[in-house]
Design a protein around this ligand. Structure first.
Ligand code: C2E
Ligand code: CA
Ligand code: CA
Length: 744
């Protein structure tokens, strides 16, 4: 009913009985339809659907809006009129509502975020109807913003529902001010609550002109564009196809419509005339003064500034690498080239590990410097024909075309990872960081550039999941796991409240006498539909979403309960080890609260050991040092997890009073088969002992491994050979089944 009323308002504002209006189907010849490319079947479809209901925005000037004369007006409205005349359909326009479903309207004429409407049953056309540049605006009085680069450190207003918030999120130094309509942004500029506004040029120019806002100054366009899509109901593929063909057919008309609504253009014509006149005078002046030198100087100046503008629009200001836009163009070009020369193409997607942490700890300026140096290192690791681009905050891509040697991708990834592992020197400080790389191959993984990018991103995630500082080729199963990741992120929020976590315990064996007085607490998630999920699936998500603190608190609480019982019933010195993620060290009060919690319950610090990764100690902030020293004072022991996979310098560990190192499973696994590995294991154990650091070997699966480690005088062992991680009940059963006398 609502849609009919709107239709009546639009087409016959004076009619008192709207529903009586008769819809007459316009006559369009089949030849005309054939010219557009409409098939016989589609023509019949059109005949069967003379009226199509469209949801149209009422306040999105000049794209589409409801005028004071009670009519829908705007670019899309004009465009739909053209569609009506070539297709012979009637568009019945109704107010667009966010919750419009395909039961209410058949189409939506304009959406900047079509994904949001898929759940309502709509699909977007393959190509956007409009691609409009974003431009930067400031208050007239603002003088310190002259380019995109100057937005660094500024408060920038952007439209909440558009694509800009996502784009700006990649620039950690920009403070985003969200607005719902252009007017709010203008007010923010006027009141000084925002320094700049990045908005859709066409819309902002129109609105500011209509409202006569002369304090708004346009700085220039950015390299980003907003896409506006038409959507149709998903169960009408015929309509989608018909409209897509019409789009191509109506391309010249679209330009005409855009010109009509582009006030800036009209003004520009005036300006152009003025400029032309000015130029004429100038020419006369030149002739009069015969000043060729002046003329040449101006020419050079123009060329320079044009080049600068072009460069700013296409290159990343921080690293000078191509930005996302150029990357996309190049990828398309390289794909064409690959088709011509029948050689595969590789795409690497690189993301720094724990960059956010470094950025937070050392400040944004140091973070920027690090990005710059990383960019340089990456570019020096690839061939000159490859394109390295920066496509986000700490994300880079490398397009490797004309791959005559398929190993080139692996070699380059190897080289890049090694180069990034070397220390960076920033502000007289050594900074360590690693990266994860995902790799896709054209045409094997996909023919579409957007898929290649998405898949390489998914492969990169897999590399992170497998422990970071590595590269990973895309496989189709990763797509599933990426969908999985979304569900997990959502479900994680309620999992603690729903009591879905459990702590498993795995014993740690004293290799000197085979006694057990230690265990590691390892979290598991009993997911209501997915079953038991291991920590590798969700810890990194909990870290990224900031839930890790809460999760770890919960583990700690369980551990306190269990260790108290184990010390009472099983062994008075029983000790449980807890994994603490580096991210948790950013919340000092949270970790320090653990100390008061054990005190309150009268549990000695010796009952707990924390397992941390050595990355944390490589660039320790004052806060990290403080937390660790408080832990040590409370007699909590410190163990370095996954030792041997990172920097593995034992000397500095002593500085922090580390009690244990835990030899990584990858080492233990190959201890018998790989001679070098064997030597290395023994050397690490020897050196650790010289520094009075004890060694735990993790992942012992065979008796041969156990024997060798005992020979090397390794202190403790953990692994499936002895026991897998189990619930506390099974763990206690296991302990009581042991034949050895346990309480000495
Ligand atoms: P981790 O600290 O290196 O823990 C050892 C992992 O190796 C555990 O995997 C354990 O089940 C597995 N493992 C032990 N012995 C063997 C063996 O003989 N063979 C093999 N193949 N694997 C063995 P799990 O439980 O899946 O935990 C994975 C990682 O998740 C842990 O690695 C740890 O980094 C993290 N994690 C677990 N619980 C927590 C937690 O409460 N907090 C935090 N921050 N991280 C946790
Ligand atoms: Ca551990
Ligand atoms: Ca480990």
């Amino acid at each position: 009913m609502q849609s009919l009323a709107a239709y009546a308002l639009e087409d016959s504002p004076n009619s008192s009985n709207a529903s009586l209006k008769k819809i007459t189907q316009k006559k369009v010849s089949s030849e005309q339809l054939a010219e557009i490319g409409i098939t016989e079947k589609e023509r019949n479809w059109l005949l069967a659907h003379p009226v199509i209901k469209v949801g149209v925005h009422t306040a999105y000037m000049p794209i589409e809006f409801f005028s004071e004369a009670n009519r829908f007006r705007g670019i899309t409205v004009d465009y739909m009129q053209k569609l009506e005349s070539i297709l012979g359909v009637n568009f019945q326009k109704a107010d667009y509502e966010t919750n419009s479903t395909t039961d209410i309207v058949d189409m939506i004429s304009a959406s900047t975020n079509p994904k949001l409407l898929t759940k309502n049953g709509f699909v977007s056309l393959n190509e956007p109807l409009l691609t409009l540049p974003y431009a930067i605006y400031t208050h007239n009085k603002t003088n310190n913003i002259k380019s995109w680069e100057d937005l660094n450190g500024k408060r920038v207003a952007v439209f909440r529902k558009g694509s800009m918030p996502e784009i700006l999120a990649k620039f950690p130094n920009i403070k985003i001010v969200l607005v719902d309509i252009a007017e709010d942004a203008f007010i923010a500029l006027q009141e000084g609550t925002a320094d700049a506004y990045v908005g859709n040029e066409l819309v902002v120019d129109y609105v500011s002109h209509i409202q006569g806002l002369n304090y708004i100054k346009k700085i220039g366009n950015t390299s980003n564009t907003a896409n506006i899509y038409m959507l149709v109901r998903g169960d009408w593929p015929e309509l989608k196809s018909i409209l897509q063909k019409s789009f191509i057919y109506l391309e010249p008309e679209k330009k005409e419509i855009l010109n009509k609504w582009n006030l800036q253009n009209n003004q520009k014509t005036k300006q152009l005339l003025q400029i032309a006149l000015g130029a004429l005078l100038l020419v006369i002046a030149f002739i009069l003064f015969k000043s060729y030198r002046l003329k040449q100087a101006i020419k050079a100046q123009n060329k320079l500034s044009q080049e600068r503008i072009w460069h700013q629009a296409n290159f990343d200001f921080l690293t000078n690498l191509p930005n996302r836009m150029i990357f996309q163009n190049r990828l398309q070009e390289e794909i064409k080239k690959a088709n011509r020369n029948k050689l595969p193409l590789g795409l690497l997607y690189l993301d720094l590990d724990n960059f956010k942490q470094i950025n937070d700890q050392l400040g944004h300026a140091a973070g920027d410097e690090l990005i710059k140096q990383v960019a340089h290192r990456v570019s020096t690791c690839v061939r000159s024909i490859d394109t390295t681009a920066r496509i986000g905050g700490d994300e880079f891509t490398v397009i490797m075309g004309e791959l005559t040697d398929i190993n080139a991708m692996e070699n380059a990834s190897h080289k890049i990872l090694n180069r990034i592992e070397e220390p960076f020197h920033i502000n007289n400080q050594k900074i360590y960081i690693t990266a994860s790389i995902g790799i896709t191959v054209y045409p094997n993984d996909s023919q579409k550039p957007e898929d290649l990018l998405m898949f390489s991103d998914q492969a990169m995630y897999e590399a992170k999941r497998l422990g970071k500082n590595r590269y990973q080729f895309f496989t189709s199963s990763m797509q599933e796991s990426s969908i999985n990741r979304h569900t997990i992120t959502n479900d994680l929020r309620t999992a603690i409240a729903n009591d879905e976590f459990v702590v498993f315990y795995q014993p740690i064996i004293d290799l000197n006498n085979d006694s057990i007085t230690k265990a590691e607490a390892l979290i598991r998630w009993r997911h209501p539909t997915k079953g038991l999920i291991g920590p590798l699936e969700f810890i990194s998500i909990a870290e990224d979403t900031g839930m890790i603190g809460q999760l770890s608190d919960w583990v700690f609480e369980q551990t306190l309960r269990d260790v108290t019982r184990l010390r009472r019933t099983y062994h008075p010195d029983f000790q449980i080890r807890i994994n603490v993620s580096p991210r948790q060290f950013m919340n000092e009060t949270n970790l320090l609260s653990w100390l008061s919690r054990i005190k309150e319950r009268g549990i000695p610090g010796e009952a707990i050991t924390v397992e941390i990764t050595e990355g944390l100690l490589l660039q320790p902030t004052d806060s990290v040092k403080h937390i660790l020293s408080q832990f040590i004072t409370a007699n909590i022991e410190i163990s370095i997890d996954d030792f041997g996979t990172g920097y593995s310098a034992l000397g500095y560990l002593k500085k922090f009073n580390v009690d244990y190192v835990k030899l990584d499973r990858s080492f233990v696994q190959h201890v018998e088969s790989d001679k070098d590995n064997m030597v290395l294991c023994e050397a690490i154990i020897d050196m650790a002992h010289k520094l009075r650091i004890k060694v735990v070997a993790e992942g012992i699966e065979t008796q041969a491994q156990e024997l060798l480690l005992k020979q090397f005088k390794c202190d403790y062992g953990q692994g499936y050979l002895f026991a897998k991680p189990t619930t506390i009940i099974e763990f206690e059963e296991f302990l009581s089944s042991l034949s050895l006398p346990l309480i000495h």
